[in-house]
Write a protein that binds this ligand. Structure first.
Ligand code: MN3
Length: 204
């Protein structure tokens, strides 16, 4: 049985960057629905006992196309939102620490350059989707964008997302309307690099 992460802050805690009604609706309705539908799909496909990571990185092994689609969309939605909500904070660390700080310095001109590239990927994702920072067991970093509820686990290259920027309209439309770029700027104000850094270290 997969359960949503417990929201580690009050629904109004991310104001003014992410508004209360958006958090209530996004976490309480959208994310909750993905979790419920994922559990139903896991049960139907007989995959109880596997982790979400195992399921999402081996969708090719699900023979029934309807089951595979339900697992991809709802499993992705469940997993991506767990990552999103658990890496936001009303009192975020503003920069990576430890091994992630070293990796960012190794691979990017600066933290701002990394943020600008993720922002660009998020802003230019056509329609609904996500931008991700991912890493593999060797510590290699990767930036990418995915449509719908897809994520890098599904690409089968060993990359696990550690930062997820939701650019579905439900993530920002109540406050920012059509101004996705303003929401992306606000996201960085509540993104907790401590949470992202510890996910990176756990992978290694
Ligand atoms: Mn969402």
């Amino acid at each position: 049985m997969f359960t949503q992460v417990t929201l580690p802050y009050a629904t109004d805690a991310l104001e003014p960057h992410i508004d209360t009604l958006t958090v209530e609706t996004h976490y309480g309705k959208h994310h909750a629905n993905y979790a419920a539908q994922f559990n139903a799909a896991v049960s139907k496909a007989g995959l109880e006992g596997k982790s979400a990571e195992e399921i999402l990185s081996s969708l090719d092994e699900v023979s029934d196309p309807a089951d595979r689609k339900a697992l991809r969309n709802n499993g992705g939605g469940f997993y991506n939102h767990n990552l999103y909500f658990s890496t936001l904070s009303p009192a975020p660390a503003r920069e990576p620490s430890g091994k992630l700080a070293e990796a960012v310095a190794r691979d990017f001109a600066s933290l701002d350059a990394l943020k600008e590239e993720i922002s660009r990927l998020a802003a230019t994702q056509f329609g609904s989707g996500w931008a991700f920072l991912s890493a593999d067991k060797s510590g290699k970093l990767k930036l990418s964008a995915c449509p719908n509820q897809d994520n890098p686990l599904m690409e089968g290259e060993g990359f696990v997302p550690i930062l997820a920027l939701d650019v579905w309209e439900h993530a920002y439309y109540l406050k920012y309307k059509n101004l996705r770029a303003d929401y992306i700027k606000a996201f960085w104000e509540v993104l907790d690099w401590n949470a992202v850094s510890s996910l990176y270290e756990k992978l290694l």
